[in-house]
Design a protein around this ligand. Structure first.
Ligand code: NAD
Length: 256
């Protein structure tokens, strides 16, 4: 028995990183998964490997959402879960951030999450689940990522409101708030085909050894397990909450 037997779940930004691990784990737990991304080649290859459906979905475009959900219904006949995972990050101080860059991040991280819930919830079976991917920076500040932090704070606000509005249909809405996770976002060297991933992970663990109480960067598989918990019946009495998964980073600072 899988924890998601018979359930149909859309995962956005699933071609790589955390979304990829969520898609892999959800399929292993019995779900029919829709891999949604703008990286068509990678997304298609993953979907083919997993026996999943691939859809091209730019989360900031409402027409893409409508087409993706229609394709989901055609393929599987229902929708039970959504993981709003797609996101982008830009580094800049606030005063140096061009408005275009600010709006680009808002369009993907914030509008994408809003459109996902707005278009998917009416199509979703009662008792469904939505997991929004916020961040450690949804709960605290971090210099040089102001735009990103603003959108992730907004994702938490949307999560809480959606949880209230959808509870009558027993649709539960929660957010994951990862700290630093070893994907291309925190480790752009992952996109370098010439680099050794094991070596990169060791270098990142060393970097985060002093910063994070658990002494290492997180793994995308660990976030996937939290997303599984929030998508399965194991979290049946939980809605509207942020779940921090950061190796203790947000707990505070140590002076010893
Ligand atoms: P990643 O860059 O490997 O994956 C992001 C995925 O989103 C990619 O597959 C990308 O193609 C996709 N994407 C980007 N724009 C899109 C769009 N407009 N429409 C559809 N898909 C789009 O990074 P990741 O770490 O796997 O990121 C997943 C989520 O986790 C993001 O929301 C990110 O903000 C969040 N997050 C990451 C970290 C971290 O340290 N890696 C920490 C906190 C939160």
């Amino acid at each position: 028995m899988g924890k998601l037997d018979g359930r149909v779940v859309v995962v956005t930004g699933a071609a790589r990183g955390q979304g990829e691990q969520e898609a892999r784990l959800f399929v292993a737990e019995g779900a029919s998964v829709v891999v949604a991304d703008v990286l068509d080649e990678q997304g298609r290859a993953l979907a083919e490997e997993l026996g999943a459906l691939y859809v091209h979905l730019d989360v900031g475009r409402e027409e893409d959402w409508r087409a993706a959900l229609a394709a989901t219904k055609r393929a599987y006949g229902r929708l039970d879960g959504l993981v709003n995972n797609a996101g982008i990050l830009r580094f800049n101080s606030l005063v140096d951030t061009p408005l275009d860059e600010f709006m680009q991040v808002v369009q993907v991280n914030q509008v994408g999450c809003f459109l996902g819930m707005k278009t998917a919830a009416p199509e979703m079976a009662d008792g469904g689940t939505i997991v929004n991917t916020a961040s450690y920076t949804a709960l605290t500040g971090m210099a040089a990522v102001g735009t990103y932090a603003a959108t992730k704070h907004a994702v938490l606000g949307l999560t809480r409101v959606a949880a209230l509005e959808l509870a009558a249909r027993r649709i539960r809405v929660n957010a994951v708030c990862p700290g630093a996770i070893d994907t291309a976002m925190a480790n752009p060297a992952r996109l370098d085909p010439g680099a050794d991933p094991e070596e990169m992970t060791r270098a990142l663990d060393e970097l985060y050894r002093k910063l994070v109480p658990l002494g290492r960067i997180g793994r995308p598989e660990e976030v996937a397990r939290l997303a599984l918990f929030l998508t399965s019946e194991d979290s049946s009495y939980i809605t509207g909450q942020p779940f921090v998964i950061d190796g203790g980073w947000l707990a505070g600072v140590s002076v010893i």
